[in-house]
Structures are given as structure tokens and as C-alpha cells.
Design a protein around this ligand. Sequence first.
Ligand code: PGA
Length: 259
Amino acid sequence: MRVPLVVGNWKMHGGPRQARELAQSLRDGVKRPRGVEVVVCPPFTALPAVAETLAGSAIGLGAQNCHWEDSGAFTGEVSPPMLVELGCRLVLLGHSERRHVFHETDDEINRKVAAALRHGLQPLLCVGETGEERRQGLTFTVVEGQLRAGWAGLSIEDMGRCTLAYEPVWAIGTGVNATPAQAGEVHGYLRGLMSQIGSKDLAQTIRILYGGSVKPENAADVTQEPDVDGVLVGGASLQAQSFIAIAKKSAAKGGAPKE
Ligand code: PGA
């Protein structure tokens, strides 16, 4: 059974002090999560403070990006071993803001996925179409291209160490979430594709999260979809109470109450 995963993407919000406070509230609110895994991805500069605050808690630590090299003359970049040293176990890759604001290419994202895996970090590969692409009927084409490119050259074993997130660009930070049916349709497509690229077993084990304007009010509905295995949360992850509520609602699917 795929245990639902709930990931908070704090984006570029807050320094160590603010992050420590938020992490403390989460730690107090999510003591013994059952039927759900919870991970937060603070900005790089807050990683040590959050790692310290969450030490010994049930909440995991992740990063929002990484470079593909281990070290070298790459001004401004942060490498996978640096993240591992800070206690990260997951890294977001190919987030739509990285693709659209910073023009990351599929090839760069693929290199990052491979580098993260080499260092034991779980890549959370994000895919999703823009509103215009959806209007043109290109949703499946776009997400298929992003998944195939992101996973290019990976062994089936490595694919199995990845997590996916379907994040329609038009739903991110807009307050307009995909309906459960819209998310379910794309998740089902991605799962079918994973069984073609990898194997049927692989497709059944990989978690596919939904992201885009997830809030406490819509988390239960979207995570009820059979192919939705949790959520990637931006804005609502910055408020401890709303993120905790989302984690609880996502856990219900796992059949066990939390706390
Ligand atoms: P949002 O962001 O929840 O604020 O829409 C989601 C994301 O960017 O991962």
C-alpha cells in the first residue's frame, strides 16, 4: 500500500527564526502521524535551524532544489551531498517555478534527479501543464514529456526511489485547484505511463502527489482519488494549523486516524 505523503514547500519565505517557530508548531501538532508521512522543504538558509528543531520528530526534512554536481565552481548553487549533510532526505526537482521563472530545462532536471539519487536523496519530480496547454488539449503530452525526460537513463530500481507530483501550473498559488476528477485523470495517466516506462509493479508502488492550491478545505476530496497519494502544499504550508489539518485529512485515506 502506498502511504500518503504530505510535503510542505515553504518557497522563499522566512529566515531561520521564522522557520524554527513554524517547525516547532508542526512538531507539536504532528507527534505520531499514522497513515501519512510528512516532510517540509524550507529555504536553504533555514535548513540547519529546521533540522535542529525537527530532530527526533516524525517530520522529515527536504530541500527545494539542488545542483547536479557534488562541488565545484558553481556560484550560488547547493549540491546533493551538502543537503544530505544537513539531514535532508528529499529534494523537489522540476518545480514549475524552476521551469518557468528560472528556465530550467528537462535535461538539467534529469541531471539533478540522477545526482539526487546518487546521494540517497529522494527526488520529488514535479510535472504539470500551463493553462494554455490544457486549453489546447496538450495536458497528457506535456506531463508525459516531462516524466520521460526527467527519468531518462534511470534504472527501474532508481525510478522506484522517486516520487512524482502533478502540479498544474494554472493551479499553483492561484486559489484555483484542480478538481479531484481532473487530478485523478492525470494521475491515472501518469501511472499507466510508469508501467510502460518501467513495469506494472513499479507503477503500483510510486507515489504521485497532487499540488496546486491545496487547502484544508479541499485536501480530503483530492486525496480520496485512488491515484492521488498525498499532496504538495505551498501557501497553506506556511500556517502550521492549516498544514497540520491537510496532513490529517490526507491521512484519513490510509485508514488510520492520526495522533
Ligand atoms: P500552492 O503551491 O499550494 O501555493 O498553490 C504549490 C506548489 O508550488 O508546490
